[in-house]
Design a protein around this ligand. Structure first.
Ligand SMILES: [Zn+2]
Length: 154
């Protein structure tokens, strides 16, 4: 774990970055939002060193952003879930996704999109609003999918 990087900063952005600004932390949170709940799934998805992943997960649990729930007792295995505090990071993630889509996406366009779960399936804006039905969504009502390249969709 890093030290306090922003000593003297009386600011909630600095305080938030102390928790989620470490390398990999937000990507771990993104993966768990996307349903990768098990250590090996997250490790495989990110290609992160196991010791680093262990440290990051522990920190996020300690800070109340993630919680562990057992899915096997023999051998003992646990999955990671976002707490309410963790779920509250959803607007942060979709705002970052939207910014990256606008400013950093390559010629193929944005790689991921957020859609309204269930029958609607509408695309969700970076403010969490479904562009098809107009509903203001919460994290549980949306999911990320890989965008089909225009050429493949034709
Ligand atoms: Zn919708």
């Amino acid at each position: 774990m890093l030290g306090n990087d922003y000593k003297g900063q009386v600011c909630s952005i600095a305080a938030t970055l102390e928790l989620i600004g470490e390398r990999w932390s937000l990507l771990i949170i993104r993966d768990i939002f996307n349903g990768n709940r098990r250590f090996d799934q997250i490790q495989g998805s990110l290609g992160i060193a196991r010791n680093v992943l262990t440290t990051r997960l522990q920190r996020l649990v300690d800070e109340g952003i993630l919680e562990r729930r057992p899915y096997s007792h023999n051998p003992p295995r646990q999955e990671y879930f976002l707490t309410e505090k963790g779920l509250d990071l959803w607007p942060v993630l979709i705002a970052m996704l939207g910014w990256g889509d606008r400013h950093l996406a390559g010629p193929e366009g944005p790689p991921m999109m957020i859609v309204h779960k269930g029958d609607c399936g509408g695309e969700v804006s970076d403010r969490g609003i479904c562009e098809r039905c107009g509903e203001v969504l919460e994290a549980r009502e949306a999911r990320a999918i890989r965008r089909v390249p225009a050429a493949a969709a034709a």
